[in-house]
Design a binder for this molecule. Structure first.
Ligand code: SME
Length: 149
């Protein structure tokens, strides 16, 4: 199922049904919806902060690095700066952490809850993609995902 990016926030928000027991299910389905909007061999997942480092949470795609230190890689820098980071060519990003040789571009967006960055939404694509115009939409999606952490 290919979803148009602009319709993703609405599609994802519609997963909410008010049952707190289904938060993790919503999260997994939301990542599946995002992955369905991306080219084949893309990866989408969440790294959460356990107070000491960032740890792999729900994801869709090939196996990935399980831990990332604060400030390291695109994920760790996104967490430490609190800003979305769009990387068109991962080989040009200082300190890039390679989990998947197919990844060529990456977007990381903080997931903020109660004024604190709880996790990072991470997207890898197998092409050199410019995510800049998509950041706002993914930030909107990150706000919805924050309800399900
Ligand atoms: N490339 C990331 C590591 C996580 S994977 O992309 C799943 C980074 O540099 O932080």
């Amino acid at each position: 199922m290919i979803e148009i990016l602009s319709s993703l926030p609405e599609t994802i928000a519609a997963l909410e049904d008010g049952d707190p027991d289904l938060k993790r299910a919503h999260l997994g389905n939301a990542l599946s919806v995002i992955k369905g909007s991306l080219p084949e061999n893309s990866w989408v997942g969440i790294y959460y902060d356990n107070g000491r480092q960032l740890i792999l949470d729900a994801f869709q795609g090939t196996p990935a690095c399980e831990t990332i230190a604060y400030g390291k890689g695109v994920v760790g820098q996104c967490f430490s700066t609190g800003q979305a980071i769009a990387v068109e060519d991962v080989t040009a990003f200082p300190g890039y952490i390679c989990c998947d040789a197919a990844a060529k571009s990456e977007l990381c967006v903080p997931i903020i809850k109660g004024n604190k960055i709880q996790a990072i939404l991470d997207i890898d694509r197998p092409d050199h993609h410019r995510f800049e115009t998509e950041i706002k939409t993914y930030e909107e999606i990150a706000k919805i995902l924050a309800n399900w952490l």
